[in-house]
Design a protein around this ligand. Sequence first.
Ligand SMILES: Nc1ncnc2c1ncn2[C@@H]1O[C@H](COP(=O)(O)OP(=O)(O)OP(=O)(O)O)[C@@H](O)[C@H]1O
Ligand SMILES: [Mg+2]
Length: 266
Amino acid sequence: MQFEAISIEGLSHRFLSRTRPPTTALTDVTCSFPAGKVTSIVGPSGCGKSTLLLIMRGLVEQSQGAVRFMYGDGSGRLVPGEAPRMATVWQSFNLLPWRTVTDNVAFGLELGGMPAAERREKALEAIKAVELAGFENHYPGQLSGGMKQRVGLARGLVMSPDILFLDEPFGALDAQTRLYLQEQLAELVERSAKTVILITHSIEEAIFLGDHVVVMTARPGRIAATIDVDLPRPRNIDVQNNPRFGELFSEIYGLLREEVRKSMMN
Ligand SMILES: Nc1ncnc2c1ncn2[C@@H]1O[C@H](COP(=O)(O)OP(=O)(O)OP(=O)(O)O)[C@@H](O)[C@H]1O
Ligand SMILES: [Mg+2]
């Protein structure tokens, strides 16, 4: 059976605390992330984007609603099934400080039982792809924020997942490296038709990389709109000069502006 989509239905989440009032992070989120496409998610800080990701990865159990992985049954119907292979590049890089760059990148392969030589080879390839050749034996404490972020990215790429979740993968990078890696990611998704869920604060990045942009409201997060990015592929950064890019930007910015204002008031 062919993986077709992640389907999210009526998802709500409240974080309970013994010492503080509960925080409602998500309310009634219903949306679908199609396979083989890049869905960008934008929304004000604190609106529940990372929480949504934690729930999709099964690391936080939602208060209400469902996350389903949908497969085509061959006769045009979608049926829920097991989660496909997934990898996540977390917002905080979550590197293991006592392991070298190579061993951090290879960590997921090691857990999966891949033999040492093979996982080393794959790790070195991913390290090269994020331009960290020469730093294979460094420890996370010896790297800059942007370099740590690239190790995090390599750790996701090396898994060759069916679904790649990226939570602000380029936030800590300098502007040039960010552009460069955005172009690399665009190339990768065009080549491999991966399912990617990209959380980002950058509207430009959301449009440049995305097939769709999901705009979330201020906390408690709901879906404000889903915008189709009808720009041709393959794309490189010059797509920003396309007049349609400007229209999409204005549309998304218009939706977000009010939400950001609300989020600053609460
Ligand atoms: N473990 C937790 N316990 C209690 N509240 C939490 C927890 N994690 C997140 N929250 C709260 O839930 C809300 C959503 O948080 P979340 O991290 O999902 O936001 P976000 O959209 O990813 O924000 P940002 O863009 O700043 O990363 C916030 O108000 C946050 O304070
Ligand atoms: Mg977050």
